[in-house]
Ligand binder design. Structure first.
Ligand SMILES: [Zn+2]
Length: 144
């Protein structure tokens, strides 16, 4: 099962619960931050002609303020959609730093993409006023 199938499966089984989570402010904030980082990475690495305003279950659910809808290529959009679901289904509440969490819920490929994205976007996001601390806790990339 690839990541996209895993997401579709999650929405089939847990769609109601996921949508409920999208309405929570702390979860929405994490998701918007994640997408903002992906946008920084995507803008500098991928074909601009491929980048369109992001749409997902979370954008439809209103988790994003209108001005924070990122422009993403299809590939980055898939990764962000995966991250949205993982964040919504995190069972720890409040969410701990992902690095110290015993439940590494990202598939290896997705975790690898997140690390690459973060390594690039992290230092640049600080200049753009993104909530860098929020994202650092979201995924398993914090350097110790
Ligand atoms: Zn991209």
């Amino acid at each position: 099962m690839n990541a996209e199938e895993a997401i579709d499966r999650a929405y089939e089984r847990l769609g109601e619960r996921i949508h409920e989570k999208f309405r929570r402010k702390d979860i929405a904030r994490d998701i918007v931050t994640l997408a903002g980082m992906a946008e920084i990475y995507c803008a500098d690495h991928h074909d601009d002609a491929q980048r369109v305003p992001f749409r997902s279950e979370a954008t439809e659910a209103g988790a994003y303020p209108a001005r924070k809808i990122p422009r993403l290529c299809p590939d980055c959009a898939r990764h962000v959609r995966y991250g949205e679901v993982r964040r919504a289904l995190c069972t720890r509440d409040p969410r701990p730093s992902c690095k110290t969490c015993s439940n590494h819920c990202y598939a290896p490929d997705e975790a690898a993409w997140q690390r690459t994205c973060m390594a690039y976007a992290g230092p640049r996001a600080m200049f753009r006023g993104h909530a860098i601390d929020a994202i650092r806790h979201l995924i398993q990339t914090r350097r110790s």
